[in-house]
Design a protein. Structure first.
Lengths: 112, 383
């Protein structure tokens, strides 16, 4: 088992699921965890030479740029609706990221 | 207005927009050039080194923030602030009343956090401060900038002879890349304001590929040691064949006259023996000084707007072939043909009725601006 891929996929999925959790329950804990997981997922993609690495990094950056303003809006302005909208955007970015990861795994399996 | 038009038509437009756009494209690297060699994965390795400290920092900050929020009901911003001042050992004091649970959590955070924080920040600072990252980024940018070049020369090594070549190329605005790995290269590069360079041994394939040898017009090696020249000529010859650039010439210096023939045999296009050239020049100045100075001025003096150039009749200049010279548009650009090289023969008896054939090399004399304008007009049409 290739643990690097497990850890990388774990953080993307965690960011996605906690993001969905925040949209459903608007819990401040979930928002913080979703942001942290997404930042870690982005960091793990730095310097990645895997198939679709640049695309996954780009979608991860897109998700970060939704989550960081969402944290600010939720905790400073207190606007939960706008924050949920932004988190929804990050969820979409993470779904795209996950699709790239799955396609990458399938294609690397085919080549083996 | 007419005068303005006349000036523009003679010297080209005041702003060459295609050149401006090309420069912009080069700067933002919009047009991705075809590289002879992929950049090394040193940058990837450095970025990989950055991963653990950043992940550790994010984890500590998240754990601390959530811990203070859950245990002591801190506001998220207060909890983050409390975490930062705790692990950074600032010790500004607690943000509110701390419960027993909160104090135990702070003790754990101090023990785990300070070490991890110190390790992470130390590693990040060392990666950025040792200059390796900047060096790698600089080299990647240089390789990509060079990859946009075409018809450039590669100068291998920078000694006194190469310095003069660099000066002449700079004056005549001929594109070139210098490849050198000597200790004093940085100083010399600064003195000569060399824009494009590769730091590496000139006989290594990687260095020559970084200098984009596949689109080069020629490679010049001027080492004082003939063995170095042999090594470079062989490497360049093999690489040019591999990268399918047979038109590029290889110009080498030979200190020893008997090495001249050997250098030709292993693939050099032109071999220069300094003693022979110096002797011939001395004779020329002794017998016909004024004619020698005149030719020197035309060829080397950039203050005189007159130059002798070589014009190869390729596909872009086919309109010149098959008709008397008098009926071509060369005279409209005030370009005078003084000789035609056809195969190994040189025809110097040029009249208005002389006809030009494909693959001829015309030796022409004319104003630099006119010559460049003429070539640009037909080369750009071909593109």
């Amino acid at each position: 088992m290739y643990w690097g891929k497990v850890i990388s996929a774990f953080f993307i999925i965690m960011a996605l699921t906690t993001g969905v959790g925040f949209i459903y329950a608007a819990s401040s804990y979930e928002l913080i965890i979703a942001t942290a997981m997404n930042l870690i997922a982005t960091t793990l993609k730095l310097g990645s030479r895997s198939r679709y690495g640049p695309e996954i990094l780009a979608t991860s950056f897109a998700a970060d740029l939704h989550l960081i303003p969402a944290v600010y809006i939720y905790f400073v302005s207190g606007d939960a609706k706008s924050a949920q909208g932004l988190v929804l955007g990050s969820v979409v970015a993470n779904i795209i990221s996950l699709i790239f990861v799955i396609i990458g795994y399938i294609r690397s399996d085919e080549e083996m | 207005m007419d005068k303005f038009k006349e000036k523009n038509s003679r010297h080209g437009p005041l702003v060459d927009w295609s050149e401006v756009l090309n420069s912009l494209a080069r700067f933002i690297q919009w047009r991705r050039p075809r590289l002879d060699i992929e950049p090394s994965d040193e940058l990837v390795q450095i970025l990989k080194k950055l991963r653990p400290p950043i992940v550790i920092l994010i984890m500590i900050l998240t754990t601390g923030t959530i811990g203070y929020m859950a245990i002591d009901d801190y506001e998220p911003l207060d909890a983050l602030y409390m975490t930062v001042i705790t692990i950074a050992t600032v010790g500004f004091g607690e943000m509110g009343t701390a419960s027993s649970g909160g104090r135990i959590f702070t003790i754990c955070l101090i023990f785990l956090g300070i070490g991890a924080f110190g390790y992470s920040t130390g590693l990040i600072i060392s990666i950025f401060s040792d200059g390796v990252l900047l060096k790698i980024l600089g080299e990647r940018f240089m390789i990509k900038s060079i990859a946009f070049m075409e018809n450039h020369f590669i100068i291998c090594g920078i000694n006194e002879t190469a310095r003069e070549i660099v000066r002449q190329f700079s004056k005549k605005k001929i594109p070139f890349v210098v490849v050198d790995d000597t200790a004093e290269f940085d100083r010399r590069r600064g003195e000569l304001s060399i824009k494009y360079y590769i730091k590496g041994p000139p006989f290594k394939d990687d260095s020559l590929k970084k200098a984009h040898i596949s689109t080069a017009r020629g490679v010049i090696t001027t080492s004082q040691n003939d063995n170095d020249n042999f090594a470079i000529v062989v490497s360049v010859k093999i690489l040019l064949e591999k990268l399918k650039n047979p038109k590029a010439s290889i110009i080498s210096l030979a200190r020893n006259a008997e090495n001249k023939e050997k250098l030709y045999k292993i693939g050099a296009s032109h071999v220069i023996t300094p003693y022979i050239i110096a002797g011939q020049r001395a004779l020329s100045y002794a017998v016909k000084p004024e004619a020698s100075y005149f030719i020197d001025d035309i060829v080397y003096n950039t203050e005189i707007d007159l130059d002798i150039e070589e014009m190869l009749i390729d596909d872009s200049l086919l309109h010149l072939t098959g008709k008397p010279l008098l009926n071509t548009d060369l005279k409209d650009h005030r370009i005078k043909v003084i000789a035609i090289k056809r195969g190994k023969n040189i025809d110097t008896e040029i009249t208005g009725n002389t006809t030009i054939k494909k693959d001829d090399a015309l030796i022409v004399i004319g104003r630099v601006q006119n010559f460049r304008g003429y070539l640009k007009k037909y080369k750009s049409k071909q593109v």
